[in-house]
Design a protein. Structure first.
Length: 230
């Protein structure tokens, strides 16, 4: 039984390496984002000591506190959850990469402040695609991607990396990821540099790598069972 953080991390790294090799890809193309939602800052510090540089959070208040507490570790913070428009500027302040752009109003809210003398950093971002008919799952509809991408490209302080998606609970993950890959190819007609794909989680990252994933969002396979939370 694998019961230590180091062992789980090594197992996932080995699994990623195997999937990359089978796909005939370069390991340097893959960024593994360790999702630490509900886990304490102390666990993130342990991950950093094991060589993890990218961590993901999906709840603003929790993420904000951890980023402040661990500022000296020089981590790359990925925000992967849904963002309330009124919290967008606060998320922008600490999140280096935002994976969940899904509507025009959020793009506007995340724009760099235009006040004189303001030197806001550029934030990398993904447009999230909803692969289901359930709006509660988050993400833009495929038909809205082009207009949303054009808005991001025209917005100060945002750099479009590509597309993000979560495979539906039903169906074959690889088929869903293939659909995202096709959308990505189409998107490049207006955003040639937006080639990244944030797809793949603990249970399906091998399929995601086969379909071109560049960013994997892996939680429990590395961090273990989440602590009880309110």
């Amino acid at each position: 039984m694998i019961d230590t953080l180091d062992e789980r991390l090594q197992q996932v790294r080995a699994g990623i390496a195997d999937a990359v090799r089978l796909a005939g890809r370069d390991p340097s193309e893959i960024t593994t984002v360790v999702v630490t939602k509900f886990h304490p800052a102390s666990l993130i510090a342990q991950l950093a000591a094991l060589g993890v540089t990218d961590v993901g959070e999906s709840r603003h208040q929790e993420a904000q506190g951890k980023a402040a507490e661990l500022a000296d570790l020089n981590l790359t913070w990925h925000f992967i959850g849904q963002i309330q428009g009124k919290k967008a500027r606060q998320v922008r302040a600490y999140a280096n990469v935002i994976h969940s752009l899904d509507r025009a109003s959020l793009v506007t809210a995340l724009a760099a402040p235009d006040a004189p003398g303001t030197d806001a950093p550029v934030r990398d971002c993904f447009i999230q695609v909803n692969l289901t008919d359930d709006p509660a799952r988050g993400g833009a509809q495929p038909s809205d991607l082009e207009a949303l991408a054009e808005q991001v490209l025209a917005t100060s302080g945002l750099r479009l990396l590509g597309l993000m998606a979560v495979a539906p609970r039903e169906g074959e993950p690889r088929r869903a990821f293939a659909a995202v890959r096709a959308l990505s190819v189409s998107l490049r007609s207006i955003a040639p540099q937006a080639t990244a794909l944030s797809i793949g989680m603990s249970q399906d990252y091998q399929a995601a790598i086969s379909e071109g994933a560049t960013h994997l969002r892996i939680g429990t396979a590395i961090t273990g069972i989440r602590p009880l939370h309110g």
